[in-house]
Design a protein around this ligand. Structure first.
Ligand code: ZN
Ligand code: ZN
Length: 226
């Protein structure tokens, strides 16, 4: 079915190189995706020798417990992310969801996408994180919750801010509608950059009673000095 859909949408040609493809990407482009490998900090998914918890996470522990990231945020992962987020290419969501599912080892209770504010959702018409989360939840047979977290303020887009100001920008941005007694929750997003948004969201979920919060992100940006 997905193959059929992608053939309809992309005319049987690869989304990236326009070569012949049975799915969204041809085998060569799929093989060239910058899949994350090597030793990463289990908590924030940045490079760390021996896959130990990294110095930053030890010095200033984030509220989330772990991060799974599928790709490094560089070409062509950035093209895929932008096309889903800004060009309405919703058929890319299952592809990105599948890349995440390949890496997921942990059983959790609920999948939650990073929410958009109501204003931004109205502008864009969809939440790209929710589109990815929908696919991941289905593939992992886990319950998807689209409404337990509300984004209270329409914060300035994190991408428009210097990294040092991003934590302040999202502080208090989320509200949890429900008690989450002891649940293990996976938060899905397209890109993780400083992790400030995911940290604030994890703090909100833990205040609501979540026992464990893990990030499942399609692409991870590496800071200049990582
Ligand atoms: Zn291709
Ligand atoms: Zn770390």
């Amino acid at each position: 079915m997905r193959e059929f859909l992608s053939n309809l949408l992309f005319g049987g040609s690869c989304f990236l190189c326009r070569g012949a493809a049975r799915g969204i990407l041809c085998p060569a482009c799929d093989a060239d995706l910058p899949r994350l490998a090597g030793t990463l900090c289990p908590r924030c998914a940045l490079p760390s020798p021996g896959s130990a918890v990294c110095g930053r996470c030890l010095a200033d522990a984030p509220h989330y417990d772990a991060t799974v990231a599928a790709l490094a945020y560089r070409f062509p992962a950035d093209t895929l992310v932008h096309s889903l987020k800004f060009r309405g290419q919703l058929a890319l969501a299952p592809l990105m969801g599948d890349l995440l599912v390949e890496k997921i080892m942990e059983r959790i209770d609920l999948v939650v996408p990073v929410p958009l504010s109501r204003e931004r959702l109205r502008e864009r018409g969809y939440n790209q994180a929710a589109e990815i989360a929908r696919h991941v939840a289905k593939a992992c047979r886990v319950r998807l919750e689209l409404t337990i977290i509300a984004r209270e303020r329409n914060t300035q887009a994190q991408a428009d801010l210097p990294w040092s100001e991003r934590a302040r920008n999202v502080r208090g941005a989320f509200r949890c509608e429900r008690s989450l007694d002891g649940a293990a929750i996976a938060v899905v997003d397209d890109v993780m950059t400083t992790g400030a948004t995911l940290d604030e969201l994890a703090a909100t979920l833990k205040r609501a009673g979540a026992a464990r919060v893990v990030n499942w992100v399609v692409a991870r940006t590496f800071p200049p000095n990582a």
